[in-house]
Every structure is written in C-alpha cells, then in structure tokens.
Design a protein around this ligand. Structure first.
Ligand code: KIV
Ligand code: ZN
Length: 522
C-alpha cells in the first residue's frame, strides 16, 4: 500500500446538508449561517452548506454562507446534471474557496432501479457532470453513491474516469450503512491500489450509521488511505444518521498512537457546538452518546467514583475540559448579580450584546427566584430560549394561567403581545392543561397546524428542576403555483412550570413558522 499523502485529516462537516435531512431538523437560513460561523470557529476545513437546487431556502443559505465564511471551503451538493450544477455555481459565487459536490450511484441497485440506465451511461453522466462543474470551479468533489454495495471493479473504473475528468476529491459513501469496518477499510485500500490516478485526488469517506458502524467505518477508511472524513455534529443525518464529528475527531486525537494523524479541530468547541445544534434542530443528544452525552463523563458506580477521585485516568480516557464540557459544580443565585452572571457566561464561552444580556438577566432573576440556585445546565437552557433565537419573534407570551386537576375541566387563559405591542387575551378548555393552553394560543394566533411531537425533560436533578419542552408542529406551506408542502417547525421552551414551558415552546414554533413564511416571500 502506498503511504498516505499526509498526516492531516480534512474534516468536511455536512450537518447543514446531510444532517439537516434528519426528520424534523428543518433550520432557517439565519440558523444555518450561525452554525456555519461556529463550524468555522471550531476549525472545520470544509462546510457542506446545502443542496442549492433543492429549495429557495437552501439556495439562500449556501449563498449567505459563501459570502460570510472566509476560512473554510464551502461546498454545495448537486445531482449529476447541468441545472443542479448551475444553481450551485450561482449560490457559491462569493465563496473564498468554492467546491461543487456532484455525483451519482455506482451500485447496480441504484443504477438499475433508481437511475434506470446502464453502467456505461451512469459513468458517462458522471464524467460529463465533473467536466461541466470544472468549467466554473477548480475544486470538484465526486460522490459515488452507494459505493459500499458496488462492484469494486466498476467503482474503480468510475473513479479513474472522474479523476481524469478533473475531480479533486472522490467521496466513497456507505450510503446505506451496510458495510463492516474490515469490508469498508478493504474497499478504500482497493481504491488506493487499483485506481491508477488516485494520487491526483483526495479520498473522502461518508458513512451512515444504520448498523451502528459509521464511526468505525470512517476510522477504517482513514487507516487505509482516506484523508477526508464527512461527518455531522451529534451524528445527525438521514435515517440513523452519519458518523459524528466529535467521535471521529476525538478517536483520532485520543488514539494518536494508533492513527498517527491530526485534524485542525479545536476540540474545546465540541461540547458548546453540540448543544447549539441540538437546540436549533430540536434533536436531543442521547444521554449515553459518546463524547457529548450528559453521561459521557458521569461516573455512577461507587468503585468508579472512588477510582476517579484518586486518579481521573483510572476511568477517564478523555479530560472533559478537552471537549469543552463545563464544570457543572459552579452555581449562581439571585445574589450573584449582573457581574456574577456576566463572568460565568464568559467562562462558558457566550458573548452577548448588552440588550441580550439584560433580557437574560431578567430571566435569570425569575428562575433564581423559583429554584434558589442556578447551575450551568439551567444557564444553557436560558441562553437557548433568550439568545439562540435566529428569527424575528412576532408574538411574545406575557402571561399564562391554568386551572386543572381531578374532576375539573382544564382551562387556560393566555395573554400574548403582538409585534406592534398590541395585547391579545383569550381562554379555552381542553383535554388537559397543555391542550387547553395550545387551544387558547390558537384562538389568538389562528395558524392551522398539527402538533406531531411533544417531549419534556428535566434540565437538572431535583424536584424544583427547570423542565425543558421540545415540540414539533407541521403546517401546509404554499409552494410554487398552487402547490403545498407539509413542513415541520420545532419549538423549545423552559421553565420550572412545565405548562409555562409548553406554552413557550408552542409560541416559539409558531413564531418560527411565521418567520419562515415571511422569509419565503422575500
Ligand atoms: O449518503 C450519501 O451517499 C450521500 C451522498 C449524496 C454523498 O449523502
Ligand atoms: Zn449521506
């Protein structure tokens, strides 16, 4: 096997493209731009910013990210046709380093049943797409979709042809998450050994997690010669998701003895970015998730606690600080004042404008009054509600009051402030307190929608904990002429009273829906 070209692994983050394909993850343009900025800050090399032809929102997101991000390559996805490529070229105009990511299927099941063409036709179409994209940008990445289930000899033939056509990166996706690490590693080694011009391109790996092997497959890929990995924050993505940035990066760092490789990621940004993505997409991080789960550094058994107290490395292979996990022992109270809150927010890496800080401080006093002590997780929930909001709020919840209980009719009254300061007050009854609140809000706002998901989680331990509600609503949105598209909007809200948190979450989702409609109209 020829030696790998370099010991640096390029990180392509596809949270904004494959990650956004997670059911219900829908992000608006401003949220995507914010995510692009934090990815840049974190040291990601390539941001796959979207699929420009797929929707006007995706197009605008790629366009704004291309204009604002200066230190990363910005990549736009296309199918292997001129219309898609033209849209990507247009959206990427303004990028410091634009990349077009085009390609099509290489497995027989894709060629025969999805594309309904022959292998030769698929190869020709791929080469033609690369040549066409090359007229506009130097950097063209080719994806050989479903490479994990393709016949290697045909895959080699395609790769040789697209590299000859000008592809600078060849992406080998295990699209269906079917392969095992030894198989996927052998696939990459086979490419290194059998594609004569492979040294003119970087091999990229893009693995899905259908069998829970995405990260292992990605690492097997780099062990065998791949030098770009395609990953998402928290592993979000189509179906079971993609291999996760935090797992791949921390495996490379922690096991430097094994891989002998480096990435450009500032690992201390991992935890805050993971939380931001979870907040904005409404997709929670499972507690036992490697690196960023709430339990990733929690030691519950007495034997383990004893060991860690004596010497952390007895049970910890990663120092939590290396991935930016904040010290949750530090607590604040109402007496901490503005200075204390400001100092702690700074330590946690939040930089707030004065107006945002004042809003947050008022919320802090409200929570501190109810639960006496406020820890890092409470602060994160407040920041999510008050600061990490990337759309214009039309309606603001002023007051909610509920009467409910055994043998009574749950009834809710809400007071909502509109964009021009007007006050609306209404009441409704329902099957339960949350239903009653949602009905009362509907009477004020009157936006038809369906609640498709509702979950509540305690932010911290204890009976006085802040409850965090995450919801998803769906609404039919007008598209093109006379068409409608069912779209999903997530909402979140927190409070020590979970009915209030539910009201906040619902209003958040409705405001997001209204903002998206406004954005769509331009
Ligand atoms: O999984 C996949 O094959 C993809 C390609 C579009 C790269 O996401
Ligand atoms: Zn994918």
């Amino acid at each position: 096997m020829p030696p790998p070209a370099t010991d640096r692994v390029i990180i392509l983050d596809t949270t904004l493209r494959d990650g956004e394909q997670s059911p219900g993850a829908a992000l608006n343009v401003s949220e995507k731009v914010e995510i692009a900025h934090v990815l840049e800050e974190m040291g990601v090399d390539v941001i796959e910013a979207g699929f420009p032809i797929s929707s006007p929102g995706d197009f605008r997101a790629v366009q704004r990210i291309s204009r604002e991000i200066r230190n990363c390559t910005i990549c736009g996805l296309t199918r292997a046709n001129r219309t898609d490529i033209d849209a990507a070229v247009e959206a990427l105009r303004g990028a410091a380093c634009p990349r077009i990511h085009t390609g099509l299927g290489v497995s027989d099941v894709h060629i025969r049943f999805k594309l309904r063409i022959t292998r030769d036709e698929a190869l020709e179409r791929g080469v033609e797409a690369v040549r066409y994209a090359k007229r506009f940008v130097d950097d063209v990445q080719y994806f050989a979709e479903d490479a994990g289930r393709a016949e290697p000899a045909y895959l080699h033939q395609v790769l040789e042809a697209v590299i000859a056509g000008g592809a600078t990166v060849v992406n080998i996706p295990d699209t269906t998450g079917y392969t095992t690490p030894d198989e996927f590693g052998a696939l990459i080694r086979g490419i290194v050994e059998n594609v004569p011009n492979i040294h003119h391109a970087t091999i990229s790996v893009h693995c899905h997690d259908d069998l829970g092997m995405a990260t292992a497959n990605t690492l097997a890929g780099i062990r065998n010669g791949a030098r770009q990995v395609e990953v998402t924050i928290n592993g979000i993505g189509e179906r079971a998701g993609n291999s996760s940035l935090e797992e791949v990066v921390m495996a490379i760092k922690t096991r430097h003895d094994h891989f002998g490789l480096e990435t450009g990621i500032n690992t201390q940004r991992i935890y805050p970015v993971s939380r931001l993505i979870s907040q904005l997409t409404g997709i929670p991080v499972q507690p036992n998730k490697a690196i960023v789960g709430a339990n990733a550094f929690a030691h519950s058994s007495g034997i383990h606690q004893d060991g860690v107290l004596k010497e952390p490395t007895t049970y910890e292979i990663i120092n939590p600080r290396d991935v930016g996990v904040p010290d949750s022992e530090i607590i604040l109270s109402a007496r901490s004042g503005r200075a204390g809150l400001r100092h702690r927010l700074g330590e946690l890496g939040y930089t707030l404008e004065e107006e945002q800080f004042e809003k947050l401080y008022q919320r802090f006093l409200y929570v501190a009054d109810k639960k006496k002590t406020v820890d890092t997780r409470d602060l994160e929930a407040m920041v999510a509600d008050e600061v990490q909001v990337f759309f214009e709020e039309t309606y603001h919840l002023e007051h909610v009051q509920v009467s409910c209980g055994d043998h009574s009719i749950p009834t809710a009254t809400v007071r909502i402030r509109g964009a021009e300061g007007q006050l609306f007050c209404d009441a409704a009854h329902g099957a339960g307190p949350v239903d009653a609140v949602y009905r009362a809000i509907n009477r004020v706002i009157g936006e038809p929608n369906e609640l498709v998901e509702f979950s509540v989680q305690a932010v911290t331990e204890g009976i006085d904990a802040v409850g965090r509600v995450t919801i998803r609503i769906q609404a039919d949105e007008p598209v093109h002429e006379n068409g409608v598209e069912r779209r999903t909007f997530s909402g979140r809200g927190s409070d020590t009273d979970i009915v209030v948190a539910s009201a906040r979450a619902y209003l958040f989702a409705l405001n997001r829906l209204i903002a998206a409609r406004r954005e769509e109209k331009g």
